[in-house]
Design a protein around this ligand. Structure first.
Ligand SMILES: [Fe+2]
Ligand SMILES: [Fe+2]
Length: 291
């Protein structure tokens, strides 16, 4: 149950200072990352339908909050897509999204899905917390890294939303009357969701965002290739402090202490894995944002 303010969107597209767009400060690799993110964000209504199935018959306020959450995610997609069109006037958000939407249809998006693929509502909320941990830290990293003022502003607004989303799903998890899950079960759900980051959703979004329909015949979708490209791009954006925050949020979601030595060790490991996947030195303190 929420009070209707903690989780409310605090901004609209009119709050973005679009006229301050500075082409000289646009970094091409970041444009690709933003294009891909816009497609995933704008696909949120599919998740809303799925989550409504998972929470069918549940607290009406939760269902309303899920609807509002989906609207906020879709707005993220529109804002990012509009920025990407400014940065690359030859790119069409609508066209890229149409291809992504047509091609990305995981089984749990079937309209008659009524149960969580995580096994329970609590498990579903842990998975959502993992995603919001990832997005809040990702947009924080973009906010802290880019020089282009409009994207910086968009990323700041989105990051704030993603932190609220985490709080919403975290609170919703604890509001469930289902018995709490054992720690190992929560960990499996969380790690399973982290692992899904390498599945089709991000990779196919990156493909649809960066390969035009007219190039598709000569550049077919190969999941491994575009999953690697996504991981590399992501690794270039995150800095160590953002990875640490991400891991701390995931730890909290599974009931572990965000400040424990185990969590700290996991953060170091995650940082190293991310750097290696991006083809970067594990000893560097921060990541350059160049292609
Ligand atoms: Fe989002
Ligand atoms: Fe979110």
């Amino acid at each position: 149950m929420t009070d209707g303010t903690v989780y409310a969107a605090g901004w609209t597209l009119d709050d973005i200072p679009w006229s301050r767009f500075d082409r000289a400060k646009v970094e091409p690799g970041m444009v690709d990352a933003v294009k891909a993110a816009s497609l995933v964000e704008y696909n949120a209504p599919a998740y809303v339908a799925y989550l409504h199935g998972v929470f069918a018959g549940g607290d009406p306020q939760t269902l309303d909050d899920i609807t509002r959450w989906g609207r906020e995610e879709a707005q993220h997609g529109i804002a990012l897509g509009r920025w990407a069109e400014l940065a690359d006037p030859g790119w069409s958000f609508a066209d890229a999204f149409a291809r992504f939407h047509a091609g990305y249809r995981p089984p749990h998006f079937a309209s008659d899905a009524t149960a969580s693929i995580r096994g329970s509502r609590r498990g579903e909320m842990i998975a959502r917390c993992v995603v919001e941990s990832g997005t809040s830290s990702y947009y924080s990293a973009i906010r802290d890294t880019v020089d282009e003022p409009v994207l910086k502003e968009i990323a700041a607004h989105i990051a704030a939303d993603e932190f609220r989303h985490y709080r919403f799903f975290f609170d919703t998890m604890h509001a469930q009357t289902e018995p709490d899950l054992p720690f190992w079960r929560k960990l499996i759900v969380a790690l399973g969701r982290v692992n899904e980051s390498e599945d089709d959703e991000l990779a196919f979004a990156y493909y649809c965002a960066t390969v035009g329909a007219d190039e598709a015949a000569e550049k077919p979708y190969i999941r491994e290739h575009y999953a690697r490209a996504t991981l590399r791009r992501t690794g270039l954006i995150y800095s160590r402090q953002h990875v640490r925050k991400l891991v701390q949020m995931v730890a909290k979601a599974v009931g572990a202490s965000p400040q424990s030595r185990m969590t700290e060790a996991a953060a170091v490991l995650a940082w190293r894995v991310m750097r290696l996947r991006a083809g970067l030195s594990v000893s560097a303190r921060s990541a350059p944002v160049t292609a």
